[in-house]
Design a protein around this ligand. Structure first.
Ligand code: GDP
Length: 181
């Protein structure tokens, strides 16, 4: 999830290695419904791992209309709070824009439930290395994670996509068998 125009469809398509799987919006705020994708990922031993990925509507875009916008946050918040099988929140943040209030609110919902969040900075190709490192630091401070845990990505340059796939495969790992005691 993330705010509209954060680059979610582009990154999703890059992760899947397929153009046009998730629609890249011609205008921001167009993905207004929940879309579910079943991903089959290869784990470190090249074993197949299954993960259901839910593409949540982008929030915070003014032109989406006030009424539509006002239904977004409660709907997404309700999903985060109520979805029992949720393994992780993957929050996308445009590295140039930083965290919005809604981003923080969503991280809060996940934290309240003890659901881990994966923080993904998008469009890092738009910054030079030094500026990127500072922005990463700021994002980390804003969310209480280590800078190294903020994943830097660029769909256009293919940066960080392999790492994101590996992180997703980690989430899809089968639960550990109960200890034999
Ligand atoms: P969504 O609304 O979050 O699904 O965002 P989109 O994937 O539709 O992207 C929004 C805009 O950002 C489009 O114009 C994309 O071409 C652009 N964009 C997406 N990812 C990147 C990226 O990694 N780098 C750059 N420079 N632009 C990007």
């Amino acid at each position: 999830m993330g705010r509209s125009n954060v680059g979610k469809s582009s990154l999703f398509n890059a992760v899947c290695g397929r153009k046009g799987l998730a629609r890249v919006s011609r205008s921001p705020g167009r993905t207004q419904f929940l879309n579910t994708f079943r991903l089959v990922l290869l784990g470190p031993g090249r074993e197949r791992r299954h993960l259901r990925c839910v593409d949540l509507p982008g929030y915070g875009f003014a032109a989406a209309g006030r009424a539509t916008r006002e239904t977004f946050a409660p709907m997404i918040g309700g999903y985060l709070k109520g979805r029992a099988s949720l393994r992780s929140l993957v929050l996308l943040v445009d590295i140039r824009r930083g965290l919005s209030d809604l981003d923080e609110q969503m991280l809060g919902f996940a934290a309240e439930r003890g659901v881990p969040s994966l923080l993904v900075a998008t469009k890092v190709d738009k910054m030079g290395a030094a500026e990127r490192a500072l922005a990463r630091e700021r994002l980390a401070v804003g969310t209480g994670v280590r800078p190294i845990d903020v994943l830097l990505t660029s769909s256009t340059k293919g940066l960080g996509v392999g790492e994101l796939v590996a992180d997703l495969a980690g989430l899809a790992a089968p639960p550990r068998p109960a200890a034999d005691v």
